[in-house]
Design a protein. Sequence first.
Length: 252
Amino acid sequence: MPDLIVAGNWKMNTTVAEAAVLAAGVRDGAAAVSGVELVLCPPFISLAAVSEAVKGSAVKVGAQNMHFQESGAYTGEVSPGMLQGLCDYVILGHSERRQMFAETDESVNSKIKAAQAAGLKPILCVGETLQEREAGKASDVISGQIRAGLEGNGNTTGLVVAYEPIWAIGTGQSATPETAVEIMGGAILETLRSLHGAAADGISLLYGGSMNAGNAGEYAAQACIHGGLVGGAALQADSFLQVAAAVAAAKA
Ligand code: PGA
């Protein structure tokens, strides 16, 4: 079975001081959750404080984005090399970045390669809009995003894929486990297998979109779901740890 992972996407929340407190809370409760890799993804400016707070524990750190170039005239951007030593993971292609910050499949593709070259584990995010779902295009959209994001890249090292239906993010309207399985065990796994053969079955697949302590177990009970990418419920140590505990219990 692929690694079980519960990653907290803090988005544009927490000051540096708040991030350190939240990270320490997760660190202190992490030992009670075994078998699930916990990943905290704070804003860039808090990476150092969070990395310091979880030092010596099993808790890992991730960034929420990254540029694919190593350095240069890219005002406001952060390079793979700058993240080395601070992070193990990097979220790439989140729908908020695709929708609000002009992230394209092409840039996501370059970022995934750059992350892997820097020894960072990319969490590739894919997801359809409500309109695409209602038009019956969800599977096509998702497999298109996977193909484009991984084109020309035979390397599955560290790769994690998160299915986050856009209509489920931050809305409280989580996808049913059946809907998640239809896409994750269907379009996602089939596309990954067609690209990577048997290696596809070693890639951790995360569900994201209004995941919380109450519903996490139902997702993790599905064979093709290996954890979650959690937004709102990751902003408190207790609820984040409860999500992770529910995933661990469902897979035990
Ligand atoms: P949410 O966000 O859990 O608040 O829906 C998930 C995400 O966008 O990663």
